[in-house]
Design a binder for this molecule. Structure first.
Ligand SMILES: NC(=O)c1ccc[n+]([C@@H]2O[C@H](COP(=O)([O-])OP(=O)(O)OC[C@H]3O[C@@H](n4cnc5c(N)ncnc54)[C@H](O)[C@@H]3O)[C@@H](O)[C@H]2O)c1
Length: 341
């Protein structure tokens, strides 16, 4: 059994377990000072734990009040990090245009492993905006390490952070291309992110322009049951790598079905989504999980010509590991509001 005595001593020193919890706003989460480099290490640790079986994480279940929205319940336990809890997250694609608020919102709760008592509740928007691109770029490092060009479909919260993270692992990148149906989102990305990125960022005229310019591409747009197939399969050429964050919505399902390797972060979650009707053309045969590649149990890219699709729909193990790091840093720095249980 894992020894949690060091963790318990740390927690007991900073919080009255069973009597109170720490509440952290989004600003406070951001304010604890975790850097993107630290977040990459944490995401790596979470993927490694997943790839070596050091975790418990059921497929994420959800509810869907409208056709284009989803809520996901995401519990996980990562023993090596004393990280246990759950995230409850909503994606409402019309939020930005209808209400002027983000598409992705939610809360994350953490518990004390030894007693089960809640020890923290935090806004999960920043955490989700950070851990998702961290997973994408760690996968990209293994699946296309020599890439010279990266393309991002969707220039919202996720798109902006993907562009900020990508040069940290793809060291040979010479250019980044972006495309969004919303011209203002592309302009905002370039204005906000360019100063932080050592590579030029170019706005594409259309989707095809981006696909023809890039070795590695990622997407963070919308998640719908019916695929948009915004990139027709015949545009994809040998050697390209696709890293999707929006399940099978954005890409032509035929590409995933014919790819040399179809890799997913969680077999269980992808199987559940298929059961719910998200893969009307059928769930492609899964080669392996992303964590297994990060842990070195499965190979990264094995030939220059292979087409690789890697679908990372988001794993609670990453949320819990990052959430726990945010909590520890907040407790050390006395950030946040203590609420009685
Ligand atoms: N895999 C994960 O772990 C994970 C985590 C968080 C969010 N997501 C998903 O990522 C997506 C984006 O989330 P976000 O918080 O960045 O949302 P956002 O609303 O901030 O950004 C989405 C952007 O995609 C653009 N877009 C929509 N359809 C498009 C299309 N067909 N072509 C090009 N651009 C298009 C929108 O104009 C918008 O700028 C959502 O589907 C969300 O569910 C996935």
């Amino acid at each position: 059994m894992t020894d949690f005595s060091t963790d318990r001593a740390f927690l007991s020193e900073h919080i009255a377990i069973g009597k109170e919890l720490l509440y952290l706003t989004g600003e406070e989460c951001r304010g604890v000072g975790l850097t993107r480099d630290e977040i990459l290490i944490l995401a790596h640790d979470a993927l490694y734990a997943h790839g070596t079986g050091d975790y418990e994480m059921p497929a994420k279940i959800g509810v869907h009040p409208f056709d284009d929205v989803l809520y996901h319940a995401m519990p996980a336990y990562v023993p090596s990090k004393a990280a246990v809890g759950a995230k409850w997250i909503a994606c409402y694609p019309r939020n930005p245009s209808e209400f002027g608020i983000p598409q992705t919102t939610g809360l994350l709760m953490l518990n004390d492993v030894l007693s089960g008592c809640p020890i923290a509740v935090m806004d999960s928007a920043w955490l989700t905006a950070m851990r998702t691109p961290a997973v994408t770029v760690l996968a990209a490092e293994k699946l296309h390490p020599e890439a010279r060009s990266f393309g991002m479909f969707g220039c919202g919260v996720q798109g902006r952070e993907h562009v900020r993270f990508v040069t940290k692992t793809l060291k040979n990148l010479e250019s980044i291309f972006i495309y969004d149906v919303d011209e203002e989102a592309m302009d905002a990305l370039i204005a906000q992110v360019s100063p932080d990125v050592p590579v030029s960022i170019t706005k594409c005229e259309d989707s095809r322009d981006l696909v023809e310019s890039c070795d590695v591409m990622s997407s963070a747009t919308v998640i719908l049951k019916e695929p948009l197939a915004a990139v027709p399969d015949d545009w994809i050429t040998p050697g390209q790598t696709i890293l999707s964050n929006d399940l099978n919505t954005f890409w032509d399902p035929r590409t995933s079905l014919r790819a040399d390797r179809y890799i997913v972060d969680s077999r269980a979650s992808h199987a559940l989504f298929a059961d719910m009707g998200y893969f009307p053309e059928g769930l492609p045969e899964i080669d392996c999980e992303t964590g297994a590649i990060i842990a070195g149990r499965e190979p990264g890219r094995t030939s220059a010509e292979e087409i690789i699709v890697c679908s990372n729909i988001g794993m609670a193990v990453c949320d819990m590991v990052l959430g726990r790091a945010i909590l520890d840093r907040a407790l050390e720095k006395n950030i946040g509001t203590r609420l009685p249980l």
